[in-house]
Design a protein around this ligand. Structure first.
Ligand code: HMG
Ligand code: MG
Length: 301
């Protein structure tokens, strides 16, 4: 078990991208401010994808600029998702220092999500490299549909390994393995990460679980046992990909912190403040909290 855990909060990006109702930029910024007050240090702020494909994040320029000029946020990382050179150029215009590129272990999902094959997605990434190097950007990679695909069903772990290795070869400093539709179970998750661990640096792998079938916390526990120390999660359990139908939210950060506190693992996150941040965004959206920890602590169960 690792003793220090890195949480990558994806609520402002993965969480909000799936919400139909447009959340005004000032609400997004206040939400992020509350996440920072709770102690989160790595916050995926937005994505520079096509606003036609994900209208919720069309204010990416405003969000990133506002975060980067705030002097009190100097020690916080704000990676942003970029699918192609166009998105990368826009992110750089707004002073991004960290970007995340994303592809999948499933051909069909990749087509639906970014309108290209897996190979084409790597050609796009190669086109991005000169700019990434020129601006000395840190790059995270994502592999979606690692434990199942909404279109192809079962995914061969070797396909996940192949894509993961390619992302590291391109220069990714970290690769996050995504159970995009939340179908994976702990044994499957353990076996996949065990395979990956044999071929790529264990301290550069991250886990990204959605909770559709209620397996996310169990999956995290299983993968922690392999020494993986980076966990993606979304406050209030919001999230999903608009191009992966039927998937529910990411694992709630509240649940992850509760689990890690119970294991005596350090995160630097204040659970009570985090719950307040989650309630802030669910109140705004007019939905009830999905985090069981929040419901229990608020006496709502
Ligand atoms: P396309 O329609 O094939 O793009 O979309 P295109 O290159 O043909 O361009 C069409 C138009 O879009 C052009 O404008 C471009 O300039 C513009 P027009 O000439 O028509 O006026 N355009 C852009 N505008 C702004 N920003 C850009 C951009 N690129 C082109 N970056 C594209 C291809 C990749 C853009 C599209 O498919 C897309 O944006 N997809 C993103 C979908 C998405 O965001 N999905 C969710 C994120 S992934 C996820 O959630 C999974 C994850 O959480 C891990 C897990 O859970 O597994 C990461
Ligand atoms: Mg996701």
């Amino acid at each position: 078990m690792p003793d220090q855990i890195k949480i990558v909060e994806v609520g402002p990006r993965d969480g909000l991208q799936n919400e139909k109702q447009f959340v005004p930029s000032e609400i997004k910024l206040l939400f992020i401010d509350k996440l920072i007050s709770a102690g989160l240090k790595n916050i995926e702020a937005t994505s520079f994808v096509s606003p036609k494909w994900v209208p919720q994040l069309a204010d990416n320029d405003l969000i990133l600029s506002a975060l980067l000029v705030n002097e009190t946020y100097q020690d916080i990382s704000f990676p942003v998702l970029v699918p192609n050179v166009k998105g990368l150029e826009l992110a750089i215009t707004h002073s991004a220092q960290q970007v995340a590129i994303f592809t999948a272990a499933s051909e069909t999902f990749n087509q639906k999500n970014i309108n290209c094959s897996i190979d084409e997605s790597f050609s796009r990434f190669k086109e991005m490299l000169p700019l990434i190097q020129k601006h000395n950007l840190k790059v995270r990679g994502y592999v979606s549909c690692a434990l199942g695909c909404p279109y192809e069903g079962k995914i061969n772990p070797r396909a996940v390994l192949e894509v993961t290795e390619k992302l590291f070869k391109l220069g990714c400093e970290e690769v996050s393995i995504g159970d995009t539709i939340g179908v994976g179970t702990p044994k499957q998750a353990y076996d996949l990460f065990d395979l990956l661990k044999e071929h790529v640096p264990v301290d550069k792998l991250a886990m990204h679980f959605h909770d559709t079938y209620g397996q996310a916390i169990a999956n995290i526990y299983a993968v922690l046992e392999l020494g993986i120390k980076t966990i993606d999660s979304s406050t209030a359990g919001l999230g999903g990909c608009p191009y992966a139908k039927g998937a529910s939210g990411n694992v709630a950060t509240e649940e992850v912190i509760y689990l890690l506190n119970g294991m005596g693992l350090q995160t630097g996150v204040d659970l009570d403040k985090l719950i307040e941040a989650g309630l802030y965004i669910t109140d705004y959206l007019g939905i009830s909290p999905r985090s069981k920890v929040t419901l229990a602590k608020k006496g709502a169960l």
